[in-house]
Ligand binder design. Structure first.
Ligand code: DAH
Length: 336
């Protein structure tokens, strides 16, 4: 049996020991030792509760009050320092961590593709899916590839259709991609199935629909037995893939020295009132096939030339061809 004064003495001792330790509690380790000694499940204060059974029943109420008082006091001291300790720890981690996740992120401006690149790639991929290869040729051409081999002899009035920049007497900046047809056929035995995207130049005065620098895609398919019906089929697939379902197509007569017959291709959007011209095309003239050494009795084929700017303008509703070269990022960024 123990008596209340004895318990009181123990409590006073605990209180003195505890208070002695208070100044050390800003140390993490000391705080932990304090917890174990005083407020832990096996600590000295918990130990006091076990003495209750040895007290006279009438003393137990007062004993409980005293023990709880010291317990609350110890717990209060611990909690207060424990909070400060955690805050300190977080501070230390924050200042030593290399990556401070609380900082705002750095803005990385993403590049984007030019609308012309987007449209060119899309057209290329449509024809590549149909089995066409992509070929390229030089932007500085000779008169031979640009005109003669395409059945436009010197002094032929049709040369005036291409307002050409000359470089010296016999070289020029190509005004169309058609000379690539000749270069490819010279190097290939039929069948030939190619598209040639590229930059072209003309002595045009700039306005909303003309630019001295522009792009075309040329298409050429030479094989035995091809007819205008095959051209129509290829164009129907292209129109459907590029513009969408429900477009109508119309061929009207035209003239190009390198095709016979020559046509202009127009399309009309579903529900639209007007036809839009999208390209010149035709069956390759036998004279052109002969120029590259092909047997014009055996092979036939068709070709077209498509303005990429025009396709991009139709696709995105762009009204001024000069926007493509103005390099205004506010314009360029809208499309990808
Ligand atoms: N080269 C022509 C131009 O620039 C377009 C063209 C028309 C290309 C008919 C062709 C074609 O291949 O068959 O105006």
């Amino acid at each position: 049996m123990i008596a209340l004064p004895e318990l009181q003495q123990q409590i006073d001792q605990i209180r003195r020991d505890l208070e002695q330790r208070l100044p050390t509690l800003s140390e993490h380790d000391a705080l932990e030792a304090f917890r174990v000694e005083f407020v832990g499940r096996k600590g000295r204060i918990t130990g006091l509760f076990k003495l209750m059974g040895q007290l006279a029943p009438e003393a137990r109420g007062e004993a409980g009050r005293l023990i709880n008082e010291i317990k609350d006091y110890a717990t209060g001291c611990f909690d207060e320092h424990d909070q400060a300790d955690r805050a300190q720890l977080r501070q230390r981690q924050l200042s030593s961590d290399r990556i401070d996740l609380s900082l705002p992120g750095k803005h990385q401006a993403l590049g984007c593709l030019h609308p012309m690149t987007l449209v060119q790639r899309e057209i290329e991929s449509i024809f590549m899916k149909m089995g066409f290869d992509v070929a390229t040729g030089p932007e500085i051409e000779t008169e031979y590839y640009n005109f003669e081999a395409l059945n436009i002899p010197a002094d032929h009035p049709a040369r005036a259709d291409w307002d050409t920049f000359y470089i010296g007497d016999s070289h020029l900046l190509r005004p169309h991609t058609s000379p690539v047809q000749i270069r490819v056929m010279e190097q290939t035995t039929p069948p030939v199935r190619i598209i040639c995207p590229g930059r072209c130049y003309r002595r045009d005065t700039q306005d909303a629909t003309h630019s001295p620098v522009f792009h075309q895609i040329e298409l050429l398919w030479i094989e035995e037995g091809l007819s205008l019906a095959n051209l129509k089929y290829v164009l129907e697939i292209f129109t459907q893939e590029f513009f969408g379902e429900g477009y109508e197509m119309l061929f009207s007569g035209d003239f190009f020295p390198f095709t016979e017959p020559s046509v202009q291709v127009h399309i009309k959007a579903p529900g639209a009132a007007n036809w839009m011209e999208i390209m010149g095309a035709g069956m390759v003239d036998p004279a052109v096939l002969t120029n590259v050494g092909y047997d014009a009795e055996k092979y036939t084929g068709f070709a077209f030339g498509l303005g990429i700017e025009r396709m991009a303008m139709l696709r995105y509703g762009i009204e001024d061809i000069r926007s493509f070269l103005a390099n205004d990022l506010r314009f360029i960024k809208q499309f990808s």
